[in-house]
Design a protein around this ligand. Structure first.
Ligand code: NAD
Length: 355
C-alpha cells in the first residue's frame, strides 16, 4: 500500500486508492460528482470503479469518444455544455477515468469550468499511469499539433489501480512502456537494466516498475516545476517523436502510430544523435536500437518524408527563440539539455533507424 505526494496532489496506488478516495469524498461535501469516460473505459473500467465508490452525492456519467483525434477544444465545449446543462456548480467534482486523453482533457475542462472545479484523475492506461499522472499538465491539441492549448493544474488526487491494465490492449501497453524505458535512460541505469529482457515483463512484475517510474517522474518534476532545466530531460526522444506522431496523424495514408510507438523511434534517433554529437557510446545506441526493435515493430518512414518531419519541429513547444532544443545523452542516466542539432545529423539518424 503506497501513496506519494507530487506537486500539490497525492498519488495513491492500488489497495489504498479507494480508501483515500472515499475519505476524500467524505471530507469534501461535493454537490455533485461527474465522471468523464470514453466508450472503452465506460465499458471496461467504470463498472469496477463505481463498485468502489462510496458517496451519497448524485453521480452523472459523461462519455466522450476515445482517441487522440477527440482531444480537442470542440470536445471540451461538449463537456462544458453538458456540465452546465446538468447543473454543475463550483462545488462539483469531476473524476476522469481513462487514459491520457481523458485525464489531459478532463483536467483542462475542470480547471477552466467556472474558473476551476475540483478534479480527480484515475489513469487507466499504462501511459497515463506512469506519465500523465504526474506534473500537472492538462490540455488539448490544436488541429494536428499536440497539446498546444492547456494549463498547468493539479488534481486533488490521482488513483493508480494497476488492475485496470488487465483490459488494456497490448499495443497500448507497449505505448506506455516506452515512457518507462525513457525514465530509465534519462535518470537511472539500475532501473534501465530491469528492462534488458522485455520478453520477461508481465502484469505481475509491472506494479513495482510502475511505482518506480512514477517516482522518477515526480522527482524530476518537483526539482524543476517550471521546466527551466532538469524537467526538459523528460523530453528525451520526444522532439522528433512528437514530430513523427503529428506527421502520421495528419497523413491519412500512414498507419496509426501510438504516442509511445513514435517516442520509441524518437529515442532511437536521439541516441544516434547523442553518439554523433556528445560521445554517447555507439555500442549502447546499437543495443537500444536492437532492444527496442525486438519489441516494437519498425515504422516505415520514406527518405522523402524526413524533411517534412523535420519541418514540423518548429511547432515543438519546447523551442526557444526559434531554436530546436534536443535532449541528448552523455551516458545512461546523464542527459544533456538544450542541444542544437543540424538537419543533416537528423537525416543521418533517420537513415540509421531505417537500416
Ligand atoms: N499530461 C501529461 O503530462 C501527459 C504525459 C504523457 C502523455 N499525455 C497525453 O496522454 C495521451 C495518451 O495517453 P493514452 O495512451 O492513455 O491515450 P488514450 O487516453 O487515448 O488511451 C488509449 C486507448 O486505451 C483505451 N483504454 C484506456 N484505459 C483502458 C483500459 N484499462 N482497458 C481498455 N482500454 C483502455 C482508451 O479508451 C483509448 O482507446 C496523449 O494525448 C498525450 O499527449 C499527457
Amino acid at each position: 500500500m503506497k501513496s506519494i505526494t507530487a506537486n500539490d496532489s497525492i498519488i495513491h496506488f492500488n489497495d489504498i486508492c479507494y480508501i483515500a478516495l472515499n475519505e476524500h469524498l467524505k471530507a469534501n461535501n461535493f454537490s455533485k460528482i461527474f465522471i468523464l469516460v470514453d466508450e472503452n473505459t465506460h465499458e471496461l473500467c467504470l463498472p469496477i470503479f463505481l463498485v468502489k465508490l462510496e458517496t451519497n452525492a448524485a453521480i452523472e456519467i459523461i462519455e466522450i469518444e476515445s482517441g487522440e483525434e477527440h482531444k480537442t477544444i470542440d470536445t471540451c465545449s461538449g463537456v462544458w455544455n453538458t456540465l452546465s446543462e446538468l447543473d454543475a456548480d463550483r462545488k462539483s467534482l469531476l473524476i476522469n477515468v481513462g487514459g491520457g486523453v481523458i485525464t489531459d482533457l478532463g483536467g483542462f475542462v475542470a480547471s477552466t469550468f467556472k474558473r476551476g472545479i475540483a478534479y480527480i484523475n484515475v489513469p487507466t492506461s499504462l501511459l497515463s499511469m506512469v506519465d500523465a499522472s504526474v506534473g500537472g499538465k492538462t490540455g488539448v491539441d490544436l488541429g494536428h499539433l499536440k497539446n498546444q492549448i492547456g494549463v498547468i493544474s493539479t488534481p486533488n488526487l490521482v488513483l493508480i489501480d494497476t488492475d485496470f491494465l488487465e483490459t488494456l490492449p497490448q499495443n497500448q501497453m507497449r505505448s506506455g512502456l516506452a515512457e518507462m524505458l525513457k525514465h530509465g535512460l534519462i535518470s537511472d541505469e539500475k532501473y534501465w537494466n530491469k528492462f534488458k529482457d522485455l520478453s520477461k515483463l508481465s502484469l505481475k512484475n509491472l506494479d513495482e516498475l510502475i511505482y518506480e517510474s512514477v517516482i522518477i517522474k515526480k522527482n524530476v518534476v518537483e526539482e524543476d516545476p517550471f521546466e527551466n532545466g532538469l524537467r526538459k530531460t523528460l523530453n528525451f526522444g520526444h522532439t522528433l517523436g512528437h514530430a513523427i506522431e503529428s506527421y502520421f496523424l495528419s497523413n491519412s495514408n500512414k498507419k496509426d502510430l501510438l504516442h509511445g510507438e513514435a517516442i520509441i523511434v524518437g529515442m532511437i534517433l536521439a541516441s544516434y544523435i547523442s553518439t554523433e554529437l556528445i560521445g554517447f557510446p555507439k555500442q549502447t545506441t546499437e543495443e537500444i536500437k536492437t532492444l527496442f526493435l525486438s519489441y516494437y515493430e519498425k515504422v516505415t518512414i520514406d527518405e522523402s518524408e524526413y524533411q517534412n518531419i523535420i519541418d514540423l519541429l518548429k511547432y515543438d513547444k519546447k523551442n526557444n527563440h526559434g531554436n530546436i532544443n534536443f535532449v541528448l545523452l552523455k551516458s545512461i542516466g546523464t542527459p544533456k539539455i538544450d542541444c542544437l542539432v543540424d538537419d543533416a545529423v537528423i537525416i543521418d539518424a533517420f537513415k540509421f533507424y531505417a537500416t
